[in-house]
Design a protein around this ligand. Structure first.
Ligand code: SF4
Length: 500
């Protein structure tokens, strides 16, 4: 099919209609601006009431979130930061989940002003991975120790839903031997970051066994959206993107993920946009987003905006927005990406982030190639944290947190409304802890460097002690604890991929 013809048929606006209210989408800019304007000087008492509400694991409304965004007192910010970590521990315990991105193609029909893949960027070296190349990339990712992957595609007829399905199947088909123990391993969960699809295409994607489908609105501010996404492109259609997760839900993909690219417009407005997005998904499907991502604009080849935007978010404000999101949306996972430098990543992990990528390569084919100038020219943006998975796992352990490769929730059917219910009642976090320990054991035996293993052994001992001391695990004559320990011993003895 010709590219022009494909573009003409891609958007099916009628699929959004049922979600509009009086013909309008749910981002009511006047209301969001009003909330920001009217809540500009909250009292300390109001802020403390809102913090207490968030700590009881209740989502905040737009006005409450706007009040937090306007706190102007460092002591109160410190209370917000402390509350953010407390909330994360209640809902997810002290674990960080790791994943690796796999960029499959940089062909794109869009022309987003901040992106190295944009069609008018003549410096970009275009490439789409073949199936054998996808398998080779997967082997490299597995050899780094990963079990979860997020596959990323530009929007183009050559990387349409059929290509996505073929490449996802290719990833799942790869079996590799672990470097230290020689045990078979494979990717256990594939998530997808791709352009908006129709309900029919989402159904096809669902059938091939994906975990979460992720699409970021980039900016919720409509005028900015128009400026950075030219109107004659597919991505220029604000509502096609805004309702993509509604269509995905309708197609049966019940784990969906939102995000904003911070730096395109006022960060406070974008936070309210994310909160409004989560609320609207919850309203229609009884479940909000599975995760929220907070990428910040970083330099991209051929994009002036990526370095000169007047809305670039500094580190201080970035910490604030992460903490406020943790309070406003206590249940979704919060993802900090390798766009960030190690130092700030460390800080925001302490503010309630639950997931991050590591040993990240974002050039097309970059895991299998040494990164030369040509591979660099196929990157969408610049990453700030190129460290290996092992280095980051060691650092996280030094911070007293356990790394997790758990994929149990998804494979046990704890997805969508079910997992959200468990997160809201702080039950899922208990399973997170158990499965984090089980997958950490695998990592230590199969991949860890001697230094990481040394600190990891101490951490795992402490985690098992904590599990043993918790009433929840010791009920019914310690049934959960005993089941867990049986699994743990089996893994120590060489069994793999056992979970609770
Ligand atoms: S941001 Fe996405 S849609 Fe826009 S040019 Fe880049 S790859 Fe294409």
């Amino acid at each position: 099919m010709q590219v022009k013809e494909w573009i003409k048929n891609a958007i099916k606006s009628e699929e959004n209609e049922k979600y509009l209210e009086n013909g309008r989408d749910f981002i009511n800019e006047d209301a969001l601006h009003k909330a920001l304007h009217e809540n500009i000087s909250p009292s300390d008492q109001e802020i403390r009431r809102i913090i207490a509400k968030a700590k009881s694991i209740k989502a905040l409304n737009i006005d409450e979130t706007a009040k937090l965004l306007h706190v102007n007192n460092q002591n109160l910010w410190n209370e917000i930061f402390t509350a953010a970590l407390e909330i994360k521990r209640k809902v997810y315990d002290n674990r960080i989940v790791f994943f690796a991105p796999l960029y499959c193609s940089n062909l794109c029909v869009n022309n987003c002003a901040y992106c190295g893949f944009r069609s008018e960027n003549k410096e970009e070296k275009r490439r789409i991975l073949t199936i054998p190349e996808v398998k080779t990339e997967t082997r490299h990712v597995l050899n780094n120790g990963h079990k979860r992957m997020i596959m990323v595609y530009g929007e183009h007829p050559q990387s349409d839903v059929n290509y996505m399905i073929e490449t996802i199947k290719a990833v799942y088909s790869v079996e590799e031997k672990t470097p230290k123990s020689g045990r078979p391993t494979s990717i256990r969960r594939v998530n997808v970051n791709a352009a908006p699809l129709s309900i029919g295409d989402f159904k096809k994607l669902k059938e091939c066994g994906i975990g979460t489908y992720q699409v970021f609105q980039e900016t919720y501010h409509k005028e900015t959206y128009r400026k950075v996404h030219p109107q004659n492109t597919l991505k220029g259609d604000y509502n096609w993107r805004l309702y993509s997760l509604h269509r995905a839900q309708e197609a049966g993909i019940d784990d969906v993920a939102i995000g904003a690219l911070f730096g395109l417009y006022d960060w406070r407005f974008e936070v309210l946009g994310l909160v409004a997005h989560a609320a609207n998904l919850e309203k229609h499907f009884g479940v909000g987003p599975h995760t929220v991502s907070v990428p910040r604009l970083t330099p991209a080849i051929g994009s002036q905006l990526s370095t000169q935007s007047k809305y670039i978010v500094n580190d201080n404000d970035f910490k604030k927005l992460v903490a406020v999101l943790r309070l406003a949306l206590p249940y979704p996972g919060l993802i900090i990406t390798a766009r960030e430098q190690p130092a700030i990543k460390r800080e925001v992990i302490k503010l309630g982030c639950t997931q991050t990528d590591a040993s990240t390569k974002i050039g097309i084919g970059a895991y299998q190639e040494c990164v030369d100038n040509d591979t660099k020219k196929s990157e969408q943006f610049t990453i700030g944290d190129p460290r290996s998975l092992d280095d980051i796992i060691k650092e996280v352990a030094e911070m007293g947190m356990i790394s997790s490769f758990c994929t149990a929730g998804y494979r046990c059917g704890r997805t969508g409304e079910k997992i959200m219910g468990m997160l809201k009642h702080c039950v899922e976090g208990k399973f997170c802890k158990l499965n984090a320990v089980l997958t950490y054991r695998e990592y230590l035996d199969d991949y860890a460097s001697p230094e990481t293993k040394a600190i990891g052994e101490k951490l795992i001992e402490k985690e098992i002690g904590e599990i043993k001391s918790q009433h929840y695990f010791m009920k019914n004559n310690g049934k959960i604890f005993n089941d867990f320990m049986r699994n743990y011993e089996q893994i120590k003895g060489g069994a793999r991929d056992i979970y609770i």
